[in-house]
Design a protein around this ligand. Structure first.
Ligand code: A3P
Length: 345
């Protein structure tokens, strides 16, 4: 009898031991794969003593849990009421620039516990059909959030569309506007690469970048080519300045966001009057992707989709030089207006 009991106890101990070792091995594997930069879970530690600007911890805990489900539209009315969730109009909009790194910026800002992103580009202000549906339609497109959080959306077409500044002004004249820019020639080539990929997907042929960017009759830069026009940042910004003072804009360096995202994000936190919450822990370099990826917590991390970070086709050096020379005076004006200087050639 005693022997039987001892055997049973040994069996139980063995089972418990295996379970503990198994969990430990899983944790080690998980932590190792995360390429960790900081201690195990510094999220709690990032919240100092309760202060005025403090964001309730539950907001962060829900970031990849319940709130994620709510954002996907999986919330019942009861849950919305219970958690006091609301759909708020954006307090800040990433208005552009297309291929500047707008998706990376939005996703990275969404790491902040006080920020909630509208996942899709809503195209409310640039699309007449959507705009005609009214502001309530727009608000209903926003994700659920806690009242203390701010909603951010991004639609890069806003920056270059004539009607948009006035329409946004009518919604909220004190809204904060984020513009992420890259060296204009690189941005234009990135823009071209995206269109080219779309054509290839449909088995269509397309012109070479050189042919589109340079007018064959004059041998000058083709200013009718949209990818070129979009990179004349100052021209578009001037239209916006008819409605909003420059203080309402923040310019993000899209080239630096690729190589060194944290300082750029910290500048945005400051501009949005948010307490600094995004840390190096939230960003890790993924050598396979060649980009920084996002870490929300110990279990959830993600990289941007493969359509972000395409390989650009090689472009004739003389064309690149011509474009750079063309953009130069516009860039100078842009630096002057925004007060932010870049090392663009
Ligand atoms: P490329 O595809 O030319 O490399 P947008 O989101 O506005 O379309 O911008 C896309 C660009 O975001 C990409 O352009 C890429 O370089 C840049 N980017 C910045 N940070 C990134 C990141 N962490 N992961 C992937 N792409 C990033």
């Amino acid at each position: 009898m005693l022997f039987k009991q001892q055997a049973l106890l040994r069996q139980k101990l063995f089972l418990l031991g295996s379970l503990a070792i198994g969990s430990l091995l899983y944790l080690v594997a998980r932590v190792g794969s995360l390429d960790r930069l900081q201690p195990l879970c510094p999220i709690d530690g990032r919240f100092g003593p309760r202060g005025q600007d403090e964001i309730p911890l539950r907001a962060l805990q829900f970031k990849r849990g319940l709130l994620h489900e709510f954002r996907k539209g999986n919330a019942t009315k009861e849950q919305v009421r219970l958690h006091n969730l609301v759909q708020q109009l954006p307090k800040a909009i990433i208005i552009g620039v297309r291929k500047g790194g707008t998706r990376a910026l939005l996703e990275m800002l969404n790491l902040h516990p006080a920020v909630v992103k509208a996942s899709q580009e809503i195209h409310f202000f640039d699309n007449d059909e959507n705009y005609a549906k009214g502001i309530e339609w727009y608000r209903k497109k926003m994700p659920f959030s806690y009242p203390h959080q701010i909603t951010i959306e991004k639609s890069p077409a806003y920056f270059i569309t004539e009607e948009v500044p006035e329409r946004i002004y009518k919604m909220n004249s004190s809204i904060k506007l984020l513009i992420i820019v890259r060296e204009p020639t690189t941005r234009a080539i990135s823009d071209y690469t995206q269109v080219l990929e779309g054509k290839e997907r449909k088995n269509k042929t397309y012109y070479k970048f050189e042919k589109l960017a340079i007018d064959p009759n004059t041998c000058e830069v083709n200013t009718k080519y949209k990818a070129v026009r979009t990179s004349i940042y100052t021209k578009h910004l001037e239209r916006w300045l008819k409605y909003f003072p420059i203080e309402q804009f923040h310019i993000v360096d899209g080239d630096r966001l690729i190589t060194e995202p944290l300082p750029e994000l910290q500048l945005v936190e400051k501009f949005l009057n948010l307490p600094p919450r995004i840390s190096q822990y939230n960003l890790y370099f993924n050598a396979t992707r060649g980009f920084y990826c996002l870490r929300f917590n110990i279990v959830f991390n993600k990289c941007l989709a493969g359509s972000k970070g395409r390989i650009h086709p090689e472009v004739d050096t003389s064309v690149i030089n011509k474009l750079r020379k063309f953009f130069h005076p516009f860039n100078q004006k842009f630096y002057q207006i925004t007060g932010r200087t870049f090392n663009w050639p």
